[in-house]
Ligand binder design. Structure first.
Ligand code: 4NP
Length: 171
C-alpha cells in the first residue's frame, strides 16, 4: 500500500524541522512503523539549501540520543501535492506555506506541529536560532512530545496496527 507521507516545515530547515524529522524517524523505527510512514523536512526560505543542520541542533539531538541526517531544502508547491501531512513549526511558516499557488487545494493537510503537543496546544515551536542552549533543549522537548502524540494520531486515523514483524495500515 501507499505509505503515509509526513513533511515537517520550518524557516531555515536547519534547526526545528530536521530535528522533528529525526525524532519522528527514530520513533517510527522503534515502533516498527517505517514500512508504512515516510518522513522528510524542508524550509520555507532558501537560506540553507544543501546545508547541514545547525551544529547546535546536531549536538543537542545527539545528547538526547537522536542522530540527524539531513540536507537543507526549500519547500515547493509539488510538496503540497506529494505529502499527506505538512506540519508547520510556527504561525509564520504556516502563513508562508499557504502562500504557495496550490495551497488552497490542500488546506486540510497543512497543520501546526503544536496542535499535537500535550502542553501549550496550538502555539509556535520557538525558533532557537538566535537563542541559547536552553532554547535548543526546549525545542527538543516540545518536538519529542508533539511527534509522539502525532504518531498516535496517525495510528488511529489510519487504523495502523502494530505487529511484532512490523506494522500494517488499513483503510
Ligand atoms: P529553523 O531556524 O527555521 O528552525 O531552521 C532558523 C534557521 C536559520 C534562520 C532562521 C531560523 N536564518 O535566518 O538563517
Amino acid at each position: 500500500m501507499t505509505k503515509i507521507k509526513v513533511l515537517f516545515v520550518c524557516l531555515g530547515n536547519i534547526c526545528r524541522s530536521p530535528l522533528a524529522e529525526a525524532i519522528f524517524k527514530a520513533k517510527i523505527e522503534a515502533k516498527g512503523l517505517s514500512s508504512v510512514i515516510d518522513v522528510d523536512s524542508c524550509g520555507t526560505s532558501n537560506y540553507h539549501i544543501g546545508g547541514m543542520p545547525d551544529s547546535r541542533t546536531i549536538a543537542n539531538a545527539l545528547a538526547n540520543g537522536v542522530t540527524i541526517d539531513h540536507r537543507g531544502r526549500q519547500l515547493s508547491a509539488a510538496d503540497l501535492d506529494t505529502f499527506d501531512y505538512i506540519l508547520a513549526m510556527d504561525a509564520s511558516n504556516h502563513t508562508n506555506i499557504l502562500r504557495l499557488p496550490n495551497a488552497q487545494q490542500h488546506t486540510a493537510k497543512i497543520r501546526m506541529m503544536r496542535a499535537f503537543d500535550t502542553e501549550g496546544t496550538g502555539g509556535d515551536v520557538p525558533d532557537p536560532y538566535h537563542g541559547t542552549e536552553k532554547g535548543f533543549q526546549e525545542v527538543f522537548d516540545i518536538l519529542n512530545r508533539s511527534t509522539e502524540q502525532f504518531i498516535g494520531y496517525l495510528e488511529q486515523e489510519h487504523g495502523i496496527t502494530r505487529v511484532s514483524a512490523g506494522a500494517k495500515a488499513v483503510g
